[in-house]
Design a protein around this ligand. Structure first.
Ligand SMILES: [Zn+2]
Length: 468
């Protein structure tokens, strides 16, 4: 991956009338805001976001004239180049060697620039959408998409972001309701809410849930999200700031598409539903949403380092699914049967994903989804074996706390570190199973996974693939 490693989270879209399918990956690193350098006013680009009914405007003021602007979040598809309209026709955004660059057509230097764009949701390949419209008229704006640098970005830039909400509206920034926005943005940026909705605030979370959701869905999320965050906070320690959750529902998404997408930024979890589909109203979908939020929320507490090896993504992606399973069971939201059903699906998906190459190379072979599926199987095996070894006292949560202690003590965020920690809480058989999946190409991957689960205590019914 270029520039910075991206933390992949599920981007899910409908594949048919009744099924959902992982389609791609979206991303943002979870590096702590405090790790960024101190603001340097002399080099700070000012970014003003101007809301409008059908078009928003972004205005840039540069600290000194520059001949080009480049975006911190590179978009090789040129979504900005194709959808942003320069207010001054002397400016252009062109795709050069897979990167969007703003220049004047006469090549002269400039110290301000402005663009207009429709505030529409867009499914981007490796980034979050700049706009997520709420069905109740609000808007979630992802500031990272607007970060620009005069010349190449070095990664440590700061940005002065300002925004004046329309009359009768307010903004929500870093968990606070404000009349106008002005702050220093750093790192990957953040989500700003602009609209009339007030957050639901509990000791554990600040949540903005679209009024456009059906009442029962709203009630479900308002009940589950604080309990989820309280659970993770109890197990892993409170986050530096109260986490924010956004859930938006835009039935009037233009273009006829439908689906949902979510992700995390430091201290934030968000999920956007767009378009219309009958499956959105089904109980099965509600369960999927619960799991999705639990997965994304788990990421906030993992403290995944952006420089970790992509081949180790099973630790945080499979881990987020496994921690979701543990949390949702502890909160009585799901039962063991639901976990077994997901284990079976994941086992089948993982077996396909590692049939030709070891898991640590899945990303290089276009099988990133294997990190979710295999990681879930591997860590649920760890959970069962660790519980057995401790007479039920200590499962995957203990392993994750140990792992984070090792990372804090200077060990690398790696498969070796995780497997060593898991072995200490369970047994050497589990460690061998994990190493086999990570490093080897098995002749019968499905049997390896099934045996690995069975020796840890999971006995799944025979799947269609093994029944042949
Ligand atoms: Zn994820």
């Amino acid at each position: 991956m270029n520039l910075k490693q991206l933390l992949a989270c599920s981007l899910l879209a409908f594949a048919g009338a009744t099924s959902l399918q992982a389609a791609s990956a979206a991303a943002a690193s979870e590096s702590a805001p405090s790790s960024a350098p101190a603001p340097q006013a002399s080099s700070t680009v000012a970014i003003e976001l101007v809301p409008g009914e059908t078009q928003w405007e972004v205005r840039y003021d540069l600290p000194a004239p520059a001949r080009e602007l480049r975006f911190t979040r590179v978009d090789a598809k040129g979504n900005r180049a194709s959808s942003w309209i320069p207010v001054d026709p002397a400016l252009t955004i062109a795709l050069e060697d897979g990167e969007e660059v703003v220049r004047r057509t006469d090549g002269a230097a400039f110290d301000h620039a402005a663009f207009r764009m429709a505030p529409r949701y867009a499914v981007l390949e490796k980034d979050y959408a700049p706009f997520s419209p709420f069905g109740d008229g609000g808007m979630l704006v992802y500031t990272g998409r607007f970060h620009v640098c005069p010349g190449p970005c070095s990664g440590g830039e700061t940005f002065q972001v300002s925004l004046q909400p329309p009359a009768g509206s307010h903004a929500i920034v870093h968990g606070k309701v404000v009349e106008s926005v002005r702050y220093q943005d750093i790192g990957d940026g953040t989500n700003l809410y602009v609209g009339r909705a007030l957050p639901v605030t509990t000791p554990d979370v600040v949540a903005v849930i679209d009024q456009a959701f059906p009442a029962d869905t709203r009630a479900r999320l308002e009940s589950l999200l604080p309990r989820l965050m309280a659970f993770y906070g109890r197990e892993f320690g409170a986050l530096p700031t109260r986490p924010m959750l956004y859930a938006s529902r835009d039935e009037n998404h233009p273009g006829g598409g439908y689906g949902y997408q979510g992700g995390t930024l430091p201290g934030q979890v968000f999920m956007h539903f767009y378009g219309r589909h009958e499956a959105f109203a089904t109980p099965a979908f509600a369960k999927r949403v619960d799991w999705f939020f639990a997965h994304e929320a788990a990421h906030l507490y993992q403290h995944y380092p952006s420089l970790a090896d992509t081949g180790d993504s099973w630790i945080h992606e499979g881990g987020a699914d496994a921690l979701a399973a543990v949390a949702l069971q502890a909160l009585d939201v799901i039962d063991r049967e639901a976990v077994e059903a997901r284990l079976q699906q994941s086992l089948d998906a993982c077996a396909k994903g590692i049939a030709q190459h070891p898991l640590k190379q899945a990303h290089a072979n276009g099988s990133f989804d294997a990190y979710y599926a295999c990681g879930f199987v591997m860590q649920m095996a760890v959970d069962a074996a660790a519980r057995r070894a401790s007479n039920g006292a200590c499962g995957l949560l203990c392993v994750w706390r140990d792992f984070q202690a090792e990372i804090a003590a200077g060990k690398p965020w790696s498969s070796d570190t995780f497997i060593a920690v898991a072995a200490r809480r369970s047994d050497e058989k589990v460690a061998r199973f994990l190493r086999t999946v990570v490093d080897d190409v098995a002749a019968q991957p499905e049997a390896v996974l099934r045996d690995g689960l069975a020796q840890a205590g999971w006995h799944l019914p025979l799947s269609a693939t093994t029944g042949k």
